[in-house]
Design a protein around this ligand. Structure first.
Ligand code: ADA
Length: 568
């Protein structure tokens, strides 16, 4: 949900910055103002902005100021943080506004009591990226993570101040189908007689639908049918702007917008359907990772990535291994990508499966993820976890509880998780779609592509035999290649080995009728913790970290462009 109606101040730029390794800041009242000459850029992770901060894990403080015009007096004031890694505490003009845990979901704090109109306002944020076994995802240190990507810290996604009328629209939940169903649940905060007017505008600015409803006890609902809509699909990502205006005494008090698409998703007869047609997912697992900006992908990089994916014949990706930024997923909606939206629950171990407090935390993050992205046509499936240690019995209840939680919040989309245990996995019964990460010919059978692919085929057939009604998606397969390293014959880490590995896997996978898609691991090289297995980066990218192609790109382009999106 976004608004072009509400005044907004975007806090992008240089902020004051101060490390607090001994955690003295709160005691010493740093929330009143920071004594520091250090600067940092927001949005971006702190680590690569200065070599001294690269391996820093712990508490750091941020400060910025913004001016609020006098004319805004009487409006409500909200601060939105789209992503802070990992915990945040926020003060405005010395007053505590609230806190949040979890790097990858946005949070909004009210600042009505603390704000000063017609004056400068001092915003201070305490950020803590200490990694513990209780974090989601968990770990024990910068180079002892239970996940295979660099543990960045900081305010790495946009921050803004937004002003609303005291009567305002709090939330829209939109459900559509490809035939024109339009169901909208509107939540409103306000007093007196309030009307919500919904209008639907097509990409040429034509109003194709309009209806007004009265708000009762803060709620209004529309359950209708719009005739003549153009469905949303990867081939034609038709978007409509759903505009909701809040009207009181014949005056518009608030207006919000949502880009929506008319499309339906279903799993039946072992297949995945989009708009009642069986579909095949061709794509990658990605990461939000870039030199210097860390976990922030600037808009220009995103544009490059999406055009590269399109050129390679891709129609899909997974937000491995956490919910991505709004800007990232906006492009998926606009350019027609089928997204598997993954929760930040990577690397759960046995100790997590029965830890009630931990499970509730994961569920809270899943709830925030769904609230933030539920109206996106691009999101066709949720993944509740990546590679939990799901070869033990207790994994089933853990995964089942997360899947049920998702279904309760959003019954319209299928649910999955990415498994590394295949036939040994104890939780596959809980999902709609089985997702498997496979590395035979790399970690197992190193140097033996043919043997790896043969064994992968045997395992896949076996999983299919065990769960004949469930479609199977390959969420990861791939091999590392150091860009510029060539070798004949193809040996591990050479560009030739990666290209050959991917070609042989694609050939095998596309022959299996129970497979509904394949995602290559990974779109681009990405930074990892330091380890004996990695040279700074995970090298399984089709592209380098700065988006230059490796040899495998040619193969993927040829192969993927031959596979149609719709199977019939
Ligand atoms: C796992 C994991 C990924 C990834 C991969 C690898 O399957 O899901 O995060 O990095 O391993 O390259 O080892």
């Amino acid at each position: 949900m976004f608004s072009r109606f509400r005044p907004k101040i975007v806090l992008e730029g240089y902020w004051k910055f101060k490390l607090d390794p001994n955690k003295k800041g709160e005691e010493e009242g740093w929330f009143n103002g920071l004594r520091t000459g250090d600067l940092i850029y927001v949005p971006s992770s702190w680590n690569e902005q200065r070599p001294q901060w690269d391996q820093y894990m712990g508490v750091a403080w941020y400060e910025n100021e913004f001016f609020v015009p006098k004319e805004y007096d009487g409006m409500r004031v909200w601060l939105t943080f789209e992503g802070v890694s990992y915990k945040a505490k926020v003060w405005l003009n010395g007053e505590f506004l609230g806190e949040h845990e979890g790097a990858f979901t946005q949070f909004k704090l009210n600042a009505d009591k603390a704000v000063k109109f017609g004056d400068y306002n001092k915003l201070i944020v305490e950020v803590d990226n200490t990694l513990t076994k209780k974090n989601v995802p968990p770990g024990e240190g910068m180079n002892n993570t239970y996940f295979d990507f660099f543990h960045y810290g900081g305010i790495f996604r946009p921050v803004y101040v937004e002003f609303t009328n005291p009567d305002y629209i709090e939330d829209l939940t939109v459900i559509t189908d490809h035939k024109g169903l339009l169901k909208v649940d509107i939540t409103v905060v306000g007093e007196g007689r309030l009307i919500v007017k919904l209008t639907l505008v097509d990409d040429e600015g034509r109003e194709v639908y309009s209806k007004s409803v009265e708000v009762k006890k803060g709620k209004a609902t529309i359950d209708d049918h719009v005739s003549g809509v153009k469905p949303w699909s990867p081939e034609e990502p038709n978007l409509y702007t759903l505009r909701a205006s809040l009207i009181k005494d014949n005056e518009v008090k608030d207006m919000v917008e949502e880009n929506i698409g008319f499309r339906s998703v279903a799993v039946r007869n072992g297949r995945l359907y989009l708009n009642d047609r069986p579909i095949f997912l061709k794509g990658v697992g990605r990461h939000e990772d870039f030199p210097v900006t860390g976990k922030y992908l600037p808009g220009a990089v995103l544009i490059r990535d999406f055009y590269l994916m399109k050129e390679l014949g891709m129609n899909s990706f997974r937000t491995s291994h956490y919910p991505y930024s709004n800007a990232h997923l906006d492009l998926a909606d606009k350019l027609g990508f089928l997204v598997i939206l993954e929760s930040p629950m990577v690397g759960a171990r046995e100790e997590h499966f029965t830890d009630r407090e931990y499970i509730e935390k994961v569920k809270r993050m899943i709830e925030e993820m769904i609230k933030q992205h539920k109206n996106r046509p691009s999101v066709i499936m949720y993944s509740v976890a990546n590679e939990p240690r799901s070869n033990v019995e207790t994994a089933y209840d853990f995964i089942k509880e997360l899947c049920d939680h998702v279904k309760k919040l959003d019954p319209t989309r299928p649910v999955t998780f990415a498994s590394m245990f295949h036939t040994e996995d104890k939780a596959l019964e809980a999902v709609d779609v089985i997702s498997l990460n496979i590395y035979l010919g790399w970690y197992k059978y190193p140097g033996e592509i043919d043997e790896g692919v043969r064994e992968a085929e045997r395992i896949l057939d076996k999983v299919h035999e065990m769960y004949p009604d469930k479609p199977i998606l390959i969420t990861e397969f791939g091999a590392g290649a150091v860009s510029g390293f060539h070798h004949d014959p193809p040996v591990m880490w050479s560009e030739e080995y990666q290209a050959e590995f991917i070609r042989k896997y694609i050939e095998m996978l596309k022959r299996k009728e129970y497979i509904i898609g394949m995602h290559i691991w990974n779109f681009a090289d990405f930074r990892t913790p330091q380890s004996a297995r990695r040279v700074i980066l995970n090298r399984k990218g089709l592209f380098t970290r700065t988006r230059q192609p490796k040899l495998a790109v040619k193969i993927v382009k040829e192969e993927f462009n031959k596979i149609p999106t719709f199977l019939e």
